[in-house]
Write a protein that binds this ligand. Structure first.
Ligand SMILES: [Zn+2]
Length: 131
């Protein structure tokens, strides 16, 4: 395993063992090729040939292991343009001022998209080790 902290979850979730191993390999590959890129749950699901809901569970394990951090993007429901991003679902506002429509959208109106990014800790470790 490239990210040994994920082994804890392999031990706890035997049914997901192989998927966690596949995630470990995929995350390592992404980290090597584009450490600052986004990690998109639908792409992870496609790549690992698993349901998107399972991909989210696996990505949450990686989040709890300190490997990746979530990022919630909020989009205008009228033109699908990006409005703001947040690091936790708890930070998502009840209403958001839309710069495109000059009005507010409430939380059951605007779109959110969840992606993950490699954690700052991991990125700094990698810079340290290569220096
Ligand atoms: Zn809008």
């Amino acid at each position: 395993m490239h990210f040994p902290k994920l082994e804890t979850y392999q031990a706890k979730h035997v049914a997901l063992r192989e998927s966690i191993r596949a995630l470990d390999g995929y995350l390592y590959e992404l980290f090597e090729s584009s450490p600052k890129g986004d990690i998109s749950p639908p792409l992870v699901a496609k790549r690992l040939r698993i349901e998107e809901a399972i991909a989210l569970v696996l990505l949450m394990f990686a989040h709890k292991s300190g490997i990746i951090t979530p990022r919630y993007f909020v989009y205008c429901p009228n033109n699908e343009d990006f409005i703001a991003s947040y690091s936790s679902s708890k930070e998502l506002p009840k209403t958001i001022d839309c710069p495109y429509d000059e009005k507010q959208h409430d939380s059951n109106e605007y779109f959110t998209e969840l992606t993950f990014q490699f954690s700052a800790d991991l990125l700094s470790q990698s810079t340290n080790s290569s220096a």
